[in-house]
Design a protein around this ligand. Structure first.
Ligand SMILES: NC(=O)c1ccc[n+]([C@@H]2O[C@H](COP(=O)([O-])OP(=O)(O)OC[C@H]3O[C@@H](n4cnc5c(N)ncnc54)[C@H](OP(=O)(O)O)[C@@H]3O)[C@@H](O)[C@H]2O)c1
Length: 323
């Protein structure tokens, strides 16, 4: 089969399309014939070496397709079943991928494999951020940075769904329009405007209950300044670079703030949580109340270009690889 492999970490050019043996599922595993694989920022961190992972490896933590083979001990699933999967070490940038059976979810009719690969990782992230990390309530105001990104567009929709007021930040007019379509009440071009001053103005100086920050280095410090007393900074990514070392005393001085640095894996570790979050998303896709914006689809051979586009702020919504 064809698989994209990283033999040594580095720039996008290290993503190399190789012929490799099709793996066989072992105890408790299934082989998925991949129809769509999600491209996510974490793939960039792993490919570049920012997050350490042993080489060679096949990147990709998110895929959807059909079951091609069952390993020993797998019951309740059949070859041909349509499934989606989010799992660390999945090796999704390939024609086939091995998944632990307890990490796959069944795709209902009405949800395509492209939609599933586009919504599982980023959608379950938006789900846990808005429903569990800081459970938004009507009357809350939140800031969503990179509001037209893959997570961002889903986060805007799920935050609105919970009744919150959403202030999004984006870099371009095109992204502003997309964020508004996703439900953002206010959108700030943070590359042109001091977003902290603007958030303060938009909230009449009161500040917001929560900041969902996936941008990191360039937004974190100013974001602390827009929180209302006892507000929560949810730092869940670092698309602009890592946040500098931080003195917890700042949380006191800024108003008894909370700071968390969550990761999806810890919010879907239990099978029940995985099923609940993915089930909610699939249900909302089916009834039309959630839209997933697939911006670009690339063949496996163009994985490097997909990484270049995502890393350079050239994408909106989701980027997929289609073997
Ligand atoms: N912790 C978790 O559970 C979890 C799960 C999923 C994703 N994440 C994180 O969430 C973030 C978003 O992931 P995604 O896959 O949906 O990507 P994305 O948001 O579609 O792409 C990143 C966006 O960040 C913004 N950005 C600001 N400064 C940037 C810079 N210097 N370089 C590149 N981008 C910059 C850009 O939007 P503008 O042009 O509008 O500024 C860009 O489009 C990533 O940091 C990812 O690691 C975390």
């Amino acid at each position: 089969m064809k698989a994209v492999r990283v033999h040594r970490t580095g720039g996008p050019e290290v993503l190399q399309l190789d012929d490799v043996p099709t793996p066989s599922p072992r105890l408790g595993e299934v082989l998925i014939r991949v129809e769509a694989a999600g491209v996510n920022f974490i793939d960039i961190y792993q490919r570049s070496g920012a997050y350490k992972i042993a080489s060679p490896f096949v990147p990709g933590q998110e895929a959807a397709g059909t079951i091609a083979a069952l390993g020993a001990g797998v019951t309740g699933w059949s070859v041909g079943d349509r499934v989606g999967c989010y799992a660390g070490g999945l090796g999704a940038y390939a024609e086939c991928a091995i998944a632990p059976v307890d990490r796959i979810v069944r795709l209902p009719d009405g949800v395509t494999t492209a939609q599933a690969a586009a919504v599982l990782l980023q959608g379950m992230t938006a789900h846990y951020l808005t429903a569990t990390t800081y459970p938004l309530r009507p009357g809350d105001t939140c800031v969503v940075h990179a509001a037209a990104g893959g997570v961002g567009l889903l986060l805007c929709q799920l935050a609105k769904r919970r009744g919150a007021r959403v202030i999004g930040t984006v870099s371009t007019a095109e992204k502003e329009a997309l964020a508004r379509t996703a439900g953002a009440d206010e959108v700030i071009r943070y590359t042109e405007t001091d977003f902290a001053a603007e958030v303060k103005r938009l909230t009449d100086g009161a500040g917001v209950q929560v900041v969902y920050d996936s941008v990191g280095k360039t937004t974190f410090s100013a974001g602390l300044g827009v929180l209302a007393p006892r507000g929560m900074m949810v730092l869940f990514g670092q698309s602009s670079g890592a946040v500098e070392p931080f003195d917890p005393q700042v949380l006191n001085a800024r108003g008894s703030l909370f700071l968390t640095r969550p990761t999806l894996a810890h919010y879907v570790a239990a099978r029940t949580e995985l099923e609940q979050r993915s089930g909610d998303l699939f249900g909302w896709l089916r009834d039309g109340s959630l839209r997933v914006h697939i911006d670009r689809r690339f063949p496996l051979a163009d994985a490097a270009e997909a990484h270049r586009m995502l890393a350079s702020r050239g994408t909106t919504g989701k980027v997929l690889l289609e073997p």
